[in-house]
Ligand binder design. Structure first.
Ligand code: SF4
Ligand code: ZN
Length: 331
């Protein structure tokens, strides 16, 4: 059925405030998701877990200017401004140069703009147009394994595309934040942990920050269809803790995770009883990088997760065993 929801082209999809880091300093940040024409790749089917394109529409330059004015209204002098588009900020079709220039000029107090892009738009000319010393780029690599990128994420690019973009950023001294996706579809829980852990080691060479994004089931996606019939379960929080533990203390980039939908059936979750305390520990770890934040997080459901790591691989299946065996209808 067609949605009857009307979209206001002159309003950003969302604006909110949070905290983040610039270098080693914890700072206040404003986050804005601009409404644009949307990610070009989503129009060719897009990534298996991405439902962002529902917010995209045919916006004009004037619409984008009106959205910019709303950002200015909400701005309270935060040193960090994250401007996302549910696509690529650097894609001229999504955000024309005039809007980019106006945006950067409108926030002289911002010390760091963080913007997202697919790697194909990271070229010398787009990077040269960013405010020098005040910009960082986030690339959604998701996995450093080309097979996972092709068959599971349907990302539409490969590791070498990411590496080319990372080289361009390094030449322009623009810090890189790499997003990795914990547990794309069709991977068992154990394989997902290995995939993200190995991907961190690759991204570590080029990134200032690595953000681990446990998959959050979004509406109208392939992953949602799998999840509805019990063929996909979002990652366990224990898996996230395991990934952070394996990679902590090695120096180099900051490793963080701010899970969307954490503790809900669509997001990274455990048994429900221990979710909050683990999410809090992950948040503390993301700021301090101290692996001791992840100590003492015991709960009975850890045994269930350990068993799953073993049996899913033995049974050669990535489906949600609890749902298929009928013991977990709710979560
Ligand atoms: S995840 Fe990013 S690259 Fe993939 S379809 Fe969504 S917006 Fe485009
Ligand atoms: Zn638990």
């Amino acid at each position: 059925m067609r949605s009857t929801r009307t979209i206001d082209r002159t309003s950003p999809v969302a604006i909110w405030k949070e905290e983040d880091m610039i270098g080693g300093e914890r700072v206040k940040a404003m986050v804005a998701i601009l409404r644009t024409k949307g990610c070009w790749w989503s129009k060719s089917g897009g990534c298996s877990m991405c439902g962002y394109n529902v917010e995209s529409t045919d916006v004009s330059v004037d619409d984008l200017k009106a959205q910019l004015a709303k950002l200015l209204d909400r701005y309270d002098g935060e040193p960090m401004l994250k401007v996302y588009t549910s696509g690529s900020f650097l894609d001229e079709n999504e955000v024309p140069s005039t809007i980019k220039g106006e945006l950067f000029d409108s926030f002289p107090r911002v010390r760091r703009f963080l913007i997202e892009s697919r790697p194909e738009f990271v070229v010398e000319s787009t990077i040269d147009s960013l405010p020098k010393g005040r910009s960082a780029i986030a690339l959604g690599l998701e996995s450093a394994d080309d097979d996972v990128l092709d068959r599971s994420v349907r990302k539409g690019f490969h590791l070498n595309d990411y590496q080319r973009a990372a080289d361009v950023l390094a030449s322009g001294s623009v810090p890189l934040r790499t997003y990795l996706l914990l547990k794309p579809p069709y991977l068992t829980e154990a394989r997902a942990i290995k995939d993200t852990t190995a991907s961190i080691e690759v991204a570590r060479r080029t990134s200032e920050t690595i953000s681990i994004n446990p998959l959050n089931v979004q509406s109208h996606t392939l992953v949602e269809a799998l999840w509805r019939r019990g063929d996909y379960r979002p990652p366990w929080l224990w898996s996230l803790v395991e990934v952070l533990r394996c990679t902590a203390g090695k120096g180099g980039p900051r490793i963080l995770s701010t899970p969307s939908g954490g503790g809900t059936p669509r997001g990274v979750h455990n048994c429900g009883k221990c979710d909050r305390k683990i999410l809090d520990a992950v948040e503390r770890f993301s700021y301090t990088q101290d692996v001791r934040e992840l100590d003492g997080l015991e709960c009975g459901c850890r045994h269930e997760w350990e068993g799953l790591l073993l049996y899913q691989d033995r049974m050669r299946t990535a489906v949600d065993l609890d749902r298929h065996l009928g013991s977990d209808q709710e979560r």
